[in-house]
Design a binder for this molecule. Structure first.
Ligand code: GDP
Ligand code: CA
Length: 334
């Protein structure tokens, strides 16, 4: 079975780790008879240049989480790293104290930047970095071009100004009201090699509980990706990133507010839309605390599953992945 996942950072990475754990159990249950190939298409809209190095937060969170090197409590960055370089940089007053670069993480950025400078594409560089991390999936950036999400906020002097998504998210903790999100560079971007094929050739496509606006929304905005999701014969299943009217981790509610979508499991489903009605989803898994929302969605034609969706640990997350697959794959064990 070929499974393709569209992913942001922490939410998508944790989900994919659970998906792999689930697939490993179904394999052993069946005496090694089934094999699944997982492709992850990662958001690169959060990428930025800082101190001359290229930082790809979501790709790195995926690599570290799936490769066993993530700082587990934080959800991103490397386990056991120090911040000596970051703290040293802060003494130079180069306006970057708000973004922490761990010392081990920094090595990834240096390696990536060197390879990019030597002429390799981000896809090639990602493949190279993954040789070390062996994430157990094929990890693809959504695009090889630089597409960076910027946020439109009010300017002190009136009017509006743009700031990089990471500056809005990390430095300002998403507290400046966002008027809109803009993907700078999108017009001249195309899906990275293998991305459209991974959607068209999939047996199942999964939208994990990632930020629907600045993670999955950004991936869907890359020319060709939405069209591939509409065209693929594979069913598309999503897991709600909103539980009980709140984003479980982070500030996704601030992103949803900016695009006029209520912070609820049902509103996010309707935002993605049903494929039959011009959207991208065939089925939607919501948390048991949101069970009341199921009836309304079902009466509008949605295929809805209800299950615990808090990714508290790997076994719980494997169960979420199983429930999501069961919604769209006939006979899939859950
Ligand atoms: P980011 O790039 O690091 O922000 O990560 P993602 O975009 O992949 O995912 C972030 C989103 O995951 C958050 O906005 C939450 O809505 C969602 N999320 C995080 N943890 C959980 C969880 O345990 N369960 C569910 N259902 N959603 C979660
Ligand atoms: Ca991200």
């Amino acid at each position: 079975m070929k499974i393709t996942v569209l992913s942001g950072g922490v939410g998508g990475a944790r989900f994919t780790r659970g998906l792999l754990a689930h697939l490993a159990t179904t394999r052993s249950d069946r005496g090694g008879g089934t094999s699944a190939e997982v492709t992850v298409i990662a958001n690169t809209g959060d990428d930025m240049w800082l101190h001359g190095v290229r930082i790809c937060p979501d790709l790195d969170t995926l690599m570290y989480t799936l490769g066993g090197g993530v700082h587990e409590d934080q959800g991103w960055g490397r386990a056991g790293e120090s911040r000596r370089t970051s703290s040293e940089l802060s003494h130079y007053d180069v306006d970057s104290e708000w973004f922490t670069l761990g010392d081990l993480d920094l090595a990834t950025h240096l390696a990536r930047t060197g390879l990019l400078r030597s002429g390799q594409t981000l896809s090639q560089v990602t493949e190279r970095l993954c040789r070390r991390w062996e994430p157990g999936v094929r990890l693809l950036p959504m695009t090889d071009q630089e597409v960076e999400t910027h946020v439109v906020v009010d300017a002190a002097a009136g009017g509006t100004r743009l700031l990089h998504f990471e500056e809005w998210w990390v430095r300002h903790r998403a507290a400046l009201p966002a008027r809109a999100f803009v993907q700078v560079g999108l017009e001249s971007a195309s899906a990275a090699p293998g991305v459209v094929a991974a959607l068209l050739d999939a047996d199942v496509v999964v939208l994990p509980p990632s930020n629907p606006v600045v993670s999955i929304g950004t991936i869907l905005a890359v020319p060709g990706i939405w069209e591939a999701l509409v065209a693929t014969a594979a069913p598309v299943v999503g897991i709600s990133p909103i539980v009980g009217g709140a984003a479980v981790r982070g500030m996704a509610d601030a992103c949803l507010r900016a695009i006029g979508v209520e912070t609820s499991a049902a509103a996010v489903a309707r935002h993605y839309g049903r494929r039959e009605a011009g959207g991208v989803l065939d089925a939607w898994l919501i948390d048991t605390v949101d069970a009341d929302a199921a009836a309304g969605l079902r009466s509008d034609g949605w295929r809805v599953g209800v299950a615990p969706t808090l990714m508290t640990d790997v076994p719980a997350t494997a169960e979420i992945a199983a429930r999501a697959l069961k919604l769209v794959v006939t006979g899939h064990p859950a």
